[in-house]
Design a protein around this ligand. Structure first.
Ligand SMILES: Nc1ncnc2c1ncn2[C@@H]1O[C@H](COP(=O)(O)OP(=O)(O)O)[C@@H](O)[C@H]1O
Ligand SMILES: N[C@@H](CCOP(=O)(O)O)C(=O)O
Length: 304
């Protein structure tokens, strides 16, 4: 019986910034976008997830657009695909759904178009599209990523084996990243820039030395974005206060929000999730673990 190529692409969600690491720090978490892909005579996207079914189903789908654009950059015309898409990543809540879709599109172009891209090439392609490497880097590499993007160059390092977990407090309301970026200032004084970047530097140092108390303090000392975004997220302060009183070592806006992440040492997350859920029944509260692997692609054979 002949076999047809079929691929599975699995991409983790991510949380960006962790407070002051604005546009440069990201962390992959264990919620996944999964695609089952096979070659076809036309583009077709479908999903058992009603939220994803509201997106275009043909080649105008965001993931198809990314895949076609990527293949074109390498001089290839991509064969259309039939794609079954499932996702645990809520859209427009600050958990990097768009970045995971960008990585999925690049992985699709790579595997179906036989581009043989390196991870570094995928990182640069995805950062050029997203404009910052934090979410795409985390979705691609897994773990905690720290990156710098300038003039079509990205430098990034990824760290795993960090012993914390998170309670994600996710509201029903969406907040588009472009709207949440719209409230940020265009410039900072030298004094403000030093305050903001020093908090980010100490955050990295404290995380890598597992000094959670200091990490939590730095998350809340952010000057780049959280002070400006706070007014868009009315429950932020109450969640922050409750989480700190109930065992979290720090809280931060997840990406551009509106999700708030509460960081807790490994083993204490489940209790914190239960407590927050009871106190904020209108929110979805999820326990998140770090994904250490990043995106993965495997070939699955399908019988004709
Ligand atoms: N799996 C997906 N397939 C197609 N488009 C997606 C997918 N995931 C996200 N998107 C697009 O990205 C938008 C959300 O991006 P954004 O505002 O950056 O929020 P976030 O990345 O924090 O979830 C969605 O409204 C949708 O247009
Ligand atoms: N650094 C970006 C991150 C946006 O993340 P998202 O998950 O909200 O798309 C920002 O803070 O704008």
């Amino acid at each position: 019986m002949p076999l047809n190529n079929q691929w599975m692409i699995k991409v983790p969600a991510s949380t960006a910034n962790l407070g002051p690491g604005f546009d440069s720090m990201g962390l992959a978490v264990d919620l996944y976008l999964t695609l089952e892909v096979e070659k076809s005579d036309h583009w077709e996207f479908f999903s058992p997830n009603p939220e994803l079914n509201q997106l275009p189903t043909d080649e105008t789908h965001f993931i198809a657009q990314i895949a076609l654009e990527t293949a074109k950059k390498y001089g290839k015309e991509l064969t259309p695909c039939r794609v079954k898409m499932e996702s645990e990543i809520p859209l427009a809540r600050g958990l990097g759904s768009s970045a995971s879709a960008i990585i999925a599109g690049i992985e699709l172009a790579d595997i179906v178009g036989g581009l043989n891209l390196t991870k570094e090439e995928k990182l640069l392609l995805s950062t050029d599209i997203e404009g910052h490497p934090d979410n795409v880097g985390a979705s691609l590499y897994g773990g905690l990523v720290i990156g710098s993007y300038r003039q079509n160059e990205v430098e990034m390092l990824s760290f795993t084996n960090l012993s914390f977990e998170m309670a994600a407090v996710i509201p029903k309301e969406i907040l588009l990243t472009k709207d949440s970026r719209g409230v940020l200032p265009n410039s900072f004084s030298m004094k403000e820039a030093i305050e903001a970047s020093s908090a980010a530097n100490v955050l990295v140092a404290s995380m890598l030395s597992e000094n959670w108390e200091m990490a939590g303090k730095m998350m809340e000392r952010d000057r780049f974005h959280q002070p400006y975004r706070r007014p868009l997220i009315p429950f932020y302060q109450d969640v922050e206060q409750f989480a700190k009183e109930n065992g979290a070592f720090g809280t931060a806006l997840s990406g551009a929000g509106p999700t708030v992440l509460c960081f807790v040492e490994k083993g204490n997350g489940r209790q914190l999730v239960e407590d927050i859920q009871k106190a904020f029944p209108e929110m979805t509260v999820k326990l998140l673990q770090i994904d250490s692997s990043g995106s993965r692609v495997c070939e699955t054979a399908k019988r004709n």
